[in-house]
Design a protein around this ligand. Structure first.
Ligand code: ATP
Ligand code: MG
Length: 371
C-alpha cells in the first residue's frame, strides 16, 4: 500500500447530487444537492430529525443511499465502502481509545494505512502543533480536559490527510464557555489545514460563527444554501426567517418590487419599505411575511422629537422590558398590528417603562413568501 506524499493537496471539491434516503415510507432526506469547494467549511444546520446525520452517514458510507451520486473531484465514491472513501470522522461522543496515548490516538489511522514509522512521527508532531497539544503527547485521554480530548479527536480525523472531514455535533458534550472557545479553535485548525469540512449542528450561533457556507435543512430537504450573512440578512423562506436569529413576522402583501420594494401590512393602510426581498418572491400582490429583526427597530416616546424622517413609523405601547446587560428587550403592542419585540442598547432604552406610548421606526425589513 502506498503512502500519500506529504505535499499532495488534501483539499478536494465534493459534489453531492440528488442524494436521497427513505426508511420504509418515511423520506429522511430528499434530493440533496450540494457542491463544496476544496478547503471549504460547510455546516448542515437544522432542527432535530431534519436529516443531518442521515446525510453525513451517506457521505461517509455508513449508510447506503437510495439514489444520487457523490464525487470527490471527478472521482465517484458512493460505490466505495466506508473504509475506502478517505474520510475523517468526528462524532458527538468522540470515543478516543482510552488505553492509547494522545500520540497513539492521533497516529491510529496512519498505522492502519501502513505509514512508515518516521513519516508517522513527523505527521503526529505536525498535528500536535496544529491542535496546540505539544507536550501532552504521552498523556492518556482520561488525563485531558474535555476540550483537549475534542482536539485529539479532530487531530486523529485529520492525520491521514482525508479528502473530506465530517464532524457531527462534536461540541455538544462541552460546557457553554468551553464550547465557545473550542469552536473558534476548530475553525482556525480547519483554515490552517485548508481541509474540506462538513460540520453538523442544530445551534444556529455555532453555524454563523464557524461556516463559510451554511446548508439550512428542514424535514429532509434543503431550505437555503448561503453564507452566514446570506442566511441572517436575506432568508429565502419563512422557516429560515424564524430559525436563524430572532425575528418579528407580520402578514403582508408585496406592493412593489424592483429597486424600491414595498409591502402593505395586513391591518394597516400604509405601505412600508422593504430593504430586501427573498429571491423566491417576484409577483406583486403575493402574500408575504414582513420580517423585522429586533435590532432594526428604534423606539421613541410619543411626543419626543427626533430626526427619524424617512423611516417607517408605527404607534405602540410598551408591554414588557427585559434587562440583558448590554441590551434591553422591549416588547411592544402595535396599534392594529399585534406584538413585536425590539432589542436596543441599554443606554438608549433604559428610560422606557411598561405602559409608555411610543413610536417605533423600522430601519430594515425583509420579505419572505407566506404560504
Ligand atoms: N435507521 C433508521 N430507521 C428509521 N428512521 C430513521 C433511521 N435513522 C434516522 N431515522 C429518522 O430519519 C430522520 C432524520 O434523522 P437524522 O438522524 O438524520 O436527524 P438529525 O437531523 O441528525 O437530528 P439530530 O439533530 O436530532 O441529531 C428522523 O426522523 C429519524 O427518526
Ligand atoms: Mg444527528
Amino acid at each position: 500500500m502506498s503512502m500519500r506524499s506529504s505535499d499532495q493537496s488534501t483539499s478536494q471539491p465534493v459534489h453531492i447530487e440528488r442524494v436521497r434516503k427513505s426508511f420504509g415510507t418515511f423520506t429522511a432526506v430528499s434530493d440533496f444537492t450540494l457542491h463544496i469547494a476544496a478547503g471549504e467549511f460547510v455546516t448542515f444546520l437544522g432542527p432535530s430529525g431534519c436529516g443531518k446525520t442521515t446525510t453525513l452517514k451517506m457521505l461517509s458510507g455508513l449508510l447506503p443511499q437510495d439514489g444520487g451520486e457523490i464525487r470527490f473531484g471527478d472521482r465517484r465514491i458512493d460505490m466505495l465502502p466506508a473504509n475506502k472513501r478517505n474520510i475523517g470522522l468526528v462524532f458527538q461522543n468522540y470515543a478516543l481509545f482510552p488505553h492509547m496515548t494522545v500520540a497513539e490516538n492521533i497516529g491510529f489511522g496512519l498505522r492502519m494505512r501502513h505509514w512508515s514509522k518516521a513519516d508517522k512521527k513527523e505527521r503526529v508532531d505536525q498535528l500536535l502543533a496544529l491542535v496546540r497539544l505539544e507536550g501532552l503527547a504521552d498523556r492518556k485521554p482520561d488525563q485531558l480536559s474535555g476540550g483537549q480530548q475534542q482536539r485529539v479527536a479532530v487531530a486523529r480525523a485529520l492525520a491521514f490527510k482525508p479528502d473530506l472531514v465530517l464532524l457531527d455535533e462534536p461540541l455538544s458534550n462541552l460546557d457553554a464557555k468551553l464550547r465557545e472557545q473550542v469552536r473558534l479553535d476548530l475553525r482556525d485548525i480547519q483554515r490552517e489545514a485548508k481541509q474540506t469540512t462538513v460540520f453538523v449542528t442544530h445551534d444556529q450561533v455555532e453555524a454563523l460563527v464557524m461556516s463559510d457556507r451554511i446548508v439550512l435543512m428542514n424535514g429532509g430537504h434543503i431550505e437555503q444554501i448561503g453564507t452566514p450573512v446570506d442566511l441572517y440578512a436575506t432568508p429565502a423562506t419563512e422557516f429560515g426567517a424564524r430559525f436563524v436569529g430572532a425575528n418579528n413576522l407580520f402578514a403582508a402583501k408585496l406592493a412593489e418590487t424592483g429597486t424600491t420594494p414595498r409591502a402593505t401590512l395586513d391591518g394597516s393602510s400604509q405601505t412600508a419599505p422593504l430593504t430586501s426581498v427573498s429571491t423566491l418572491l417576484t409577483e406583486i400582490g403575493a402574500p408575504i411575511w414582513y420580517c423585522v429583526r429586533p435590532e432594526h427597530i428604534r423606539t421613541r416616546k410619543s411626543g419626543e422629537t427626533a430626526a427619524d424622517s424617512g423611516l417607517t413609523t408605527f404607534e405602540g405601547r410598551v408591554t414588557d422590558k427585559v434587562y440583558q446587560g448590554t441590551t434591553i428587550l422591549v416588547d411592544i403592542e402595535l396599534k392594529g398590528l399585534g406584538k413585536l419585540r425590539a432589542e436596543r442598547p441599554t443606554s438608549e432604552a433604559a428610560h422606557l417603562n411598561v405602559g409608555d406610548d411610543i413610536d417605533i421606526f423600522i430601519e430594515q425589513a425583509h420579505a419572505v413568501p407566506r404560504a
